[in-house]
Design a protein around this ligand. Structure first.
Ligand SMILES: Cc1cc2nc3c(=O)[nH]c(=O)nc-3n(C[C@H](O)[C@H](O)[C@H](O)COP(=O)(O)OP(=O)(O)OC[C@H]3O[C@@H](n4cnc5c(N)ncnc54)[C@H](O)[C@@H]3O)c2cc1C
Length: 593
């Protein structure tokens, strides 16, 4: 089937057809087999060793990465010429998801295969790729990514690490201190960002542990992911051969940002895997635990939680793989146009950087919600280190902090959208003006479309209008100062993110309905409807907060009328829908969607 080229961020102003989205149900047998291999690996190698992993037993994590390498799990998306399987982006997302239920192991693996390996794969020259990628693919060498410094976290380009060419012109001498480096304790290869001389921008270097001049602090004592090695690393005149400069001088910040785009969406995939395992554990526990002579899964309050956990998981999963496929499609189009494969990989992710940031934020917050309710369903046992929820709860929290904090990513979503609008790539202001005109016109009371999904699509279209109305008015009113109005930007990001996820779950239900039949779509449709209805309130709240912050008088009144109109929908019994969803899981004794 021919699909229309979809541009990143365009969902804000355009309706997407279900025929244009990928849904996880469409993964082929091979992808499913790879996923199963990962799940089996966790079952046989990782999940029975969680305490030992968290105690950082000497050599254990490295050994597990070695075994994962032997099975090919470190090279799923690495081109075959370097020893990988050359699979597409969405398959690598599926691997990230499957491994995502592996607690600290998942963090070590994804840091190695993602931020550790990809800078070389995408920015390295042939010699660098030939030297490093095959060894990183087998796991013979492990990788880490060193961007953060004590005084340069979110403001990553402000790092003080420096590189100076030696007198002979053969080596850069690297000096500086890096902080929070995942896999730092055992990595053989470090991607290190530092400024050459008085450069304004960072450069990136491939640094081997054996180059010398590297020391590190002991392991950090962390709230969660205790089994993941996290170190401060010091570079003291560390000699880096000139041929180990990655890409060109001062291109480091660009590398850092682009690699983090990929890291963000993959982090989203990993949270889906964690959430799946947490929801299943919660369902099982709710079925086993008896109070007041009944399994607690019989109680409405618990059913509400189980259903809501499943709905948020399903919704975010829909969004993550929708965006993953957009990246794959964009990549294919760029390669067909003659672009170099590594360049096309980067460009395609960059095109969907808005979606990547949304997925990072929404998925990490979904997982935090899921583990929090998981603890609650387990009651006192949720608080006990002997039961699984305690670790899941602690381990989840980091996801809102690394790969760009959720605040920074929310701000980025709006910043990137406005920049694309300014460059003329997205006609945001045209769409916002159309909404403003619609508000001034007499409402259309014509016959409502009663076709299947018409009401839900109307909700999505209206929510987009609400976002455009608020964002358009904010741009007009605040102009250049909008970039400093973080609270308003975050309100706008909330609207955009919720709308993206809500639209994604609806498109998935619609596709299942049309391709697999109405009976198969019952639960997806229930989940989509509940998500949609809760999104109405979220958008209404975010919109109201933003409008109150910058509008007043008649203008405010008019936009409040618009906001109410755009966030209104016919009544829907979310309680009954959640009951149906929960009952299904309770029957199956697992997360089953
Ligand atoms: C366990 C762990 C593993 C990590 N692994 C790695 C790794 O492998 N490699 C690596 O390079 N880094 C790594 N990091 C670092 C991580 O990416 C940073 O912690 C993160 O980017 C935030 O930086 P920071 O901690 O300095 O917080 P800060 O930047 O100081 O932020 C503090 C708070 O201020 C907010 N804030 C900052 N700037 C703004 C702004 N402009 N507007 C609004 N709010 C703002 C943040 O959202 C946050 O809430 C890791 C961190 C941890 C904890």
């Amino acid at each position: 089937m021919e699909t229309k080229a979809i541009k990143g961020g365009e969902f804000v102003i355009r309706e997407t057809s279900y025929t244009d989205v990928f849904i996880p149900e469409e993964f082929d047998e091979e992808a499913k087999m790879i996923r199963q291999t990962c799940l089996d690996f966790l079952d046989t190698e990782v999940l029975d060793k969680l305490d030992r992993i968290d105690a950082q037993e000497e050599g254990l994590m490295q050994g597990l990465l070695d075994k994962a390498g032997e099975l090919g799990l470190l090279g799923v998306s690495i081109p075959e010429q370097y020893g990988g399987f050359g699979k597409n982006f969405n398959t690598s997302m599926l691997v990230g998801e499957a491994v995502g239920g592996g607690y600290s192991f998942a963090v070590a693996l994804s840091a190695h295969t993602g931020i550790g390996t990809l800078p070389i794969l995408y920015y390295g020259n042939d010699a660098q790729k030939e030297k490093y990628i095959p060894k990183l693919t087998t796991g013979e060498w492990k990788a880490a990514y060193c961007l953060t410094e004590p005084n340069a976290g979110s403001d990553a380009n402000s790092g003080r690490s420096s590189a100076k060419l030696n007198a002979e012109g053969t080596h850069y001498l690297l000096n500086g201190q890096k902080m929070w480096i995942t896999n730092g304790g055992f990595a053989d290869v470090f991607i290190v960002f530092a400024k050459i001389d008085d450069d304004k921008n960072l450069s990136a270097f491939i640094v081997e542990r054996d180059f010398g001049g590297i020391t590190m602090n002991p392991e950090e004592h962390k709230m969660g992911i205790k089994g993941s090695s996290t170190r401060q690393i010091f570079f003291n005149d560390c000699p880096v051969p000139v041929e180990n400069l990655l890409s060109t001088r001062e291109n480091g910040f660009k590398i850092a940002v682009n690699i983090l785009n990929i890291g963000r969406i993959k982090l989203g995939a990993a949270t889906i895997g964690s959430a799946r395992s947490v929801v299943t554990q919660a369902v099982k526990y709710a079925n086993e635990r008896v109070q007041f002579n009944l399994p607690i899964s019989k109680f409405g309050a618990i059913r509400h939680k189980l259903a809501e956990m499943a709905i948020r998981l399903y919704a975010n999963e829909s969004a993550a793989y929708r965006a993953g496929q957009n990246i794959d499609d964009a990549y294919a189009a760029l390669v067909a146009d003659g672009m170099d494969e590594a360049k096309a990989k980067l460009k395609s992710t960059e095109q969907f950087a808005i979606e990547c940031a949304i997925i990072k934020v929404w998925c990490s917050e979904m997982l935090d919600y899921v583990v929090d309710e998981g603890v609650q369903i387990y009651g006192g046992m949720g608080y006990s280190a002997e039961a699984p929820m305690e670790r899941a709860y602690r381990d989840s929290r980091i996801n809102r902090i690394f790969e760009g904090t959720n605040e920074v990513n929310r701000l980025l979503v709006v910043d990137m959208l406005l920049k694309r609008a300014m460059k003329g790539e997205l006609n945001l202001m045209g769409a916002a003006t159309a909404v403003a005109n619609e508000l001034m016109a007499i409402p259309d009371f014509g016959e409502e479309d009663t076709a299947v999904f018409a009401a839900e699509k109307r909700i999505i279209a209206n929510l987009k209008k609400a976002g455009l109305m608020v964002a358009g008015a904010a741009v007009q009113k605040l102009m250049m100062s909008l970039s400093k109005e973080e609270e308003i930007l975050i309100n706008i990001a909330d609207i955009i993110g919720y709308v993206y996820v809500a639209e994604s779950i609806l498109l998935r239900a619609e596709k299942i309905y049309h391709t697999q039949g109405e009976h198969v779509a019952t639960f997806p449709l229930d989940m989509a409807r509940v998500y949609l209805y809760t999104t109405l309130d979220k958008v209404a709240t975010a919109g109201k907060e933003a409008l109150y912050a910058f509008a007043e008088g008649d203008e405010l009144n008019m936009m409040m009328v618009g906001l109410r109109r755009f966030t209104k929908a016919a009544p829907f019994n979310t309680k009954e829908a959640r009951q149906r969803i929960a009952r299904k899981m309770i029957e199956e004794n697992k997360y089953c969607f």
